[in-house]
Design a protein. Structure first.
Length: 229
């Protein structure tokens, strides 16, 4: 996710490219100047202006893994920065991305977001899962070496109330079960959360720490990291 950018002037007025009503509400793809942005139920989610933190989400997890050809599940396709970055790295083995909004998947496969993700979607290592991430983690399925999750503006700022459980004991237990031994959980957030760090420790994760990404204004974006023992 991302924080709403600071814009000035009429040149920054958005142009709606597509609007869909789905099971989770309304999602909108807009163009603002040279950038694309996704809005869900009136809430700004992300845009293509700056993908540093989304790329760090993937790179930081990979840096902590010793396994050859590790597997990764990316939670949230978004504008595609994390997926494209993962697919550009030959060290990754299987790459899965879970996205619950069919519209977002369409915008990548046949729409303007394909400019970011087309190469990744053509990569034979990549699988796109049209599914709700929270339900996917809670259900049966394969274990991964890394979970890179970016479906909210952070543990303390969820886009959907249904996502709240992901950051509590049950959600973290589900994430831990879906990680291989020594696997890494990486969670994007628009601000640091000491409470979430403590929740990770209480859920049995080790090596809990946080990386910061400076932004133009306000508190830094962060990536929370933890390892399954």
């Amino acid at each position: 996710m991302n924080r709403p950018p600071v814009r000035d002037g009429a040149a920054s007025a958005p142009v709606t490219l597509d609007r869909r009503d789905g099971p989770h509400g309304e999602v909108v793809l807009r163009r603002r100047g040279e950038h694309l942005e996704i809005i869900a139920n009136g809430c700004f989610l992300m845009d293509t202006a700056d993908g540093r933190s989304e790329r760090l989400l993937v790179q930081a997890a990979l840096d902590l893994l010793a396994a050859p050809r590790p597997s990764v599940l990316i939670g949230g396709l978004g504008v595609g920065f994390s997926l494209a970055y993962a697919a550009a790295e030959p060290r990754w083995g299987a790459i899965a991305v879970a996205e619950r909004e069919e519209a977002v998947i369409d915008w990548h496969r046949t729409g303007p977001l394909g400019a970011i993700s087309a190469g990744a979607l053509a990569d034979p290592r990549v699988t796109v899962l049209h599914t709700d991430l929270v339900a996917h983690l809670a259900g049966p399925g394969p274990a991964y070496d890394a979970l890179c999750l970016d479906i909210d503006n952070g543990p303390d700022w969820t886009v959907d109330e249904a996502n709240d459980g992901l950051y509590g004991p049950a959600g973290l237990a589900a994430a831990r079960r879906r990680l291989n031994s020594g696997g890494v959980l990486a969670v994007w957030s628009a601000k640091p959360s000491a409470a979430f760090e403590q929740a990770l420790r209480e859920a049995g994760f080790e090596d809990v720490h946080t990386l910061e990404i400076a932004v133009a204004r306000g508190v830094p974006d962060v990536v929370h990291l933890a390892r399954r023992a």
